[in-house]
Design a protein around this ligand. Sequence first.
Ligand code: WQD
Length: 339
Amino acid sequence: MQTILVTGGTGYIGAHTIVDLIENGFEVISADNLSRSSADSLKGIEKITGKKIKNYEIDLTDKKATEEIFIEHKNITGIIHFAAYKAVGESVEMPLDYYQNNISSLINLLQLAVKYQAKHFIFSSSCTVYGNPDSIPVTEQTPLKTAASPYGATKQMGETIVHDTAVAHPLSAILLRYFNPVGAHPSIAIGELPIGRPQNLVPAITQTAIGKLPKMQVHGNDYDTRDGSCIRDYIHVCDIAHAHTLALQLSIKENKLNNCDIFNLGTGNGISVLEAIEAFEKVSGVKLNYEIGPRRNGDIVAIYANNDYAVKKLGWHCKFDLNEMMRTAWEWEKAIAGK
Ligand code: WQD
C-alpha cells in the first residue's frame, strides 16, 4: 500500500486533504508538532472517514526526528508538505522565525525525500508569490513580483528550492498555488481554527457574527476596484483538498521524474471584501457589525486565478460556490461555539 506523508496534517488544509486522500484509497500518516493546530483535527478526520491517523508530533526542522518517520515507514511514496508558518503580519514582525522554520523544514524534507525515494513531492504554495500582479487573472506563467511579506518570500524561495531539487534528482514535484481557502467540510467535523484574533477575512466575519468579536473592520474601501474594497479568489477548502489528491494521482500515473509542475488553485472568480460580507449576511441571515477602517499594510489590491491549466491537466472542477463557502464556515463557527 502506498503511504503518503502529510506534513501539517492537523492543520486546516492538511486535515481536509487527509480526508480526501483516504476517500481516494491512500494510506496516510501525518507529521505535525501542533504548534499552530490541534490534535482535535485527527478526531474529526476519524469521525468522517472512520480511520485513525497516526500523527508524529515532531518538529520538521529537527532532521533526525523527521528521518525516524522514513526509517519506520519504508514505503512512503509521496509527501504533501503543508507545515509552515503562514501569518502574513506575523512574518513581518518575526522574519527570522519564518525563514528558519519554513525553509529549513522544507530542505530537511527534500533531502529525506531524495534519500528514501519518496518520489512524489507536493508543495503547498500560495497566490502570495505573485505579489501585486500587473494584470489579472493570473496564470502560472504570470511573472512573480517582489513578495509583499517575508511569508510570501518563503513561498517564493520554497518554490525555487523544490524546483531545483526536482530537476537535479529523480523527483516528480508539483507546486500548488492556493488562492484564499475558506469554509469547512460539509460534515462540520473539521474546519478552520485560527489561533488568537483571526487575521483572515472569513474567520473574522464568522467570529464577529457569533459575538466572539464585537465588530470587524473592512481594511479600506478606497482601492481602485468596483466597490473600493480588495478583491480575492475565495475557494472552498474541500476543492483545494481534492486538487491535492488529483495532483498526487497525476504524479504517480505520469511518473515524470526530474520534473516540477505548477498549478493555480482558485475558482477564477474575483470577490470583493464587501461582496463577501454581503454573501455571508444573505446565507446566515445575520447582519454583520463592521466598519470601514484604514488600509492594511501589504494588502494586494486585487488578484484572482486563471485556473484553466488545473482544470485541463488535473481534471479538477470546483464543486462549492461562495454561498457554500459561507454556509459551511458559519455552521463550523456555530459548532465550535457549541451553539
Ligand atoms: C483578504 C481580504 C483584507 C480581515 C491570505 C493568507 C495567506 C495566503 C493568501 C495561503 C484583504 C480583508 C481581512 C479583516 C478585512 N493564503 N480583511 N478585514 O491577505 O489575501 O492572504 O490568503 O497561503 O496566507 O493570509 O487573506 O483573508 O487576510 O484578507 O477587510 O478583518 O480581506 O484586507 O483585503 P489575504 P485575508
